[in-house]
Design a protein around this ligand. Structure first.
Ligand SMILES: Nc1ncnc2c1ncn2[C@@H]1O[C@H](COP(=O)(O)OP(=O)(O)OP(=O)(O)O)[C@@H](O)[C@H]1O
Ligand SMILES: [Mg+2]
Length: 248
């Protein structure tokens, strides 16, 4: 599925990711943890083609993807969310869902195409799917609200919904539960587990160790851009190198 081989990325004098290798082969929900500034988001940026590694290779479905274009990767089934939610604040919740990233025609083109029955049917199916997901996320009653009016946690749920609309195989979530209340964290966890049951794979950056332990069968730990540990949540929590990285 996803394989990272010896990837390195520096910004000026800072080595953000340092010879990092990892594989998600056989994993359904993998976690990525590490202290602030340890290179987690940079690794996601490298995987999703926002930046290019200085060295190393990244493979998705056995195809080399490092330095690829985010929209092409989305079409291949690799989707991400951002650490700070990035919904379209001036579009309604429903329109955010319908503008899912996977190779969709622009707004004007879409309204033109809607004259054709096939496209209209597709639109109907999309809407049905969007309703189903919004219902699962507990925000269906907000479908006609501007996304900018939602609470921060609700926006993060909406962003997860948008990601799933694109029917990705692998979803990268950058701190999905950060800054949201416990009730919405519960909804987020349940949604991720449900989506995993439907065959989707997740790679999740998570600061909350309880959440990481509940969700992830396997966790990778970064410190100063290096992979310092990897294993089950229990192994990770008892690993002296991990404890030192967090305390040091
Ligand atoms: N575009 C950039 N330009 C310069 N330095 C950067 C850039 N992006 C990241 N860095 C630096 O690279 C290092 C890793 O940052 P990164 O955002 O990947 O960490 P992180 O593990 O996601 O941290 P956090 O837990 O705070 O989100 C940091 O020292 C950061 O300042
Ligand atoms: Mg980050």
């Amino acid at each position: 599925m996803l394989e990272i081989k010896n990837v390195t990325k520096s910004f000026g004098g800072t080595q953000a990711v340092a010879g990092c290798s990892l594989s998600l082969a056989g994993l359904k929900i993998a976690g990525l943890i590490g202290p602030n500034g340890s290179g987690k988001t940079t690794l996601f940026n490298l995987i999703t083609g926002l930046i290019r590694p200085d060295a190393g290779k990244i493979f998705f479905q056995d195809r080399r993807i490092d330095g690829g274009m985010p929209h092409r990767l989305a079409a291949m089934g690799l989707i991400r969310t951002f650490q700070l939610s990035r919904v379209f604040p001036r579009l309604t919740v429903m329109d955010n869902m319908l503008l899912a990233p996977k190779g969709q025609a622009g707004e004007r083109l879409r309204s033109l195409l809607l004259r054709f029955p096939l496209v209209r049917r597709q639109e109907g199916e999309h809407r049905e799917k969007a309703c189903e997901l919004l219902d699962m996320l507990g925000i269906i009653h907000l479908q006609d609200q501007f996304a900018g009016n939602l609470s921060y946690g609700q926006q993060k749920l909406l962003e997860l919904g948008r990601a799933v609309m694109a029917e990705p195989q692998l979803i990268l979530l950058d701190e999905p539960t950060a800054g949201i209340n416990p009730r919405l964290i519960r909804t987020m966890i349940d949604m991720i587990l449900k989506m995993q049951d439907q065959g989707r794979t997740f790679f999740i950056i998570e600061h909350n160790m309880d959440v990481a332990a509940e969700l992830c069968e396997h966790i990778f730990v970064l410190d100063h851009g290096e992979r310092i540990a990897s294993g089950s949540p229990r192994e990770i929590q008892n690993d002296p190198r991990v404890i030192e990285a967090y305390l040091g």
